[in-house]
Write a protein that binds this ligand. Sequence first.
Ligand SMILES: [Zn+2]
Length: 465
Amino acid sequence: MKLYNTLTKKVEVFESNEPGKVKMYTCGPTVYHYAHIGNIRTYIFEDVLEKTLKYIGFDVQRVMNITDVGHMTDDSDDGEDKILKAAKRDNMTVTDIASFYTKEFIKDIDKLNINKPKIISRATDNIDQYIKIIEVLLNKGYAYEANDNIYFDVSKYDDYYKLSGLNKDELLVGVRDEVDEDTFKHNPSDFGLWFTNSKFDHQKLKWDSPWGEGYPGWHIECSGICIKYFGEDLDIHCGGVDNIFPHHTNEIAQSECYLGHKWCNYWIHSGHLNDKNGKMSKSNGEFLTLNSLIKRGYNPLSYRLLCLQSHYRNNLVFSYEAMDNAQNTYNKLINKIYELNKSKEDLNETVIDEYIIKFKDSIENDMNTANVITYLFDLLKDDRLNDSSKLYLIGEYDKVLSLDLVKKKKNINPKLEEKIKKLVKERETLKREKKYEEADRIREELLNLGVKINDTKEGTEIVWI
Ligand SMILES: [Zn+2]
């Protein structure tokens, strides 16, 4: 298996510390809002990586954190706590905000067939672990106390710039605009490990510590949780490119200084999700979530397919036109597969081997999922394969793609889907004309077809039951 490693800036052959086993850590969401589809792209790529490693025979152990405290509105730990800000926005308690958006996150990844990591750990459940690490960093002289907060001193760690490949001045460009510099830091890149005295002193969640009542910084949470579950070494750490600096850079610094040796061998990052104007963010345009795509009539798996059609490291340009194309491609695929004869025939072993080799070559080559999609269409029209062989191959490919290509339960007949869309439109017209009784009859009919509908501000939401 070859993977591009951000640490070495090279495509490398992957070797785990322990033969046959992989320890994989993936940064989880900060649960202050629904997940943005840009972040969801990262979770899809991590899922493909996990499934690829499993497919080629590794036993993958995966841990993910849930950030429910300490992630500031600015990644370099100035600004206000995101959860606290959201609690004010939605008029809920911080605990309710975190638990609500955690549940929504789990629902999203479920709709996208993303494996839920066995261990998902909340930042607020591991406070003792962060305190333990910070105490060691203070004792070793890598951290200092200033203005009642504890900071990591980046000047004490020579390899601070190794992940980003940027120098001291380059790192500071662009990360601090619009932010008041924290004047208590010894170096501008120093980052907070523990805050007891923040300018946002209305922080709701606080814990006792040797330095007073306070809360951890965002970066220490991932190091703490990762070391707690995996011990002193780690094979793979993933995230989006946005995480390279400061988050992963800081994770490496504090973990390696705490442990006294190299920590993680492979750092794997996915590219941005852009729109035509550049990076997608809340500030330019609507905040796109999976539910907003569903409400526009897209199947979540069409979004998964859109992501799989481009290389995970490339920037992907999002548009509704691209989503329409992905949805059409997805429906076309399902349609073709639906028409395959399900009765058992002898498998065409030699041709099957050919397609399995192509499949493995692609996924093992830094996860070239776009090639796999091409092979899917190729094999569907390959006359050397009978329908049983085609179904077998599609089943194998889908172990990594997870597009429900052969899973009967969710494999919806496109003709039925068309019928449902027509009924939903009819019902909307009837409602506009205030013919509620007839509209309700259609609702019943839809229920009989396995579809529940919810009326929302944005339109009709279709839920398969
Ligand atoms: Zn993290």
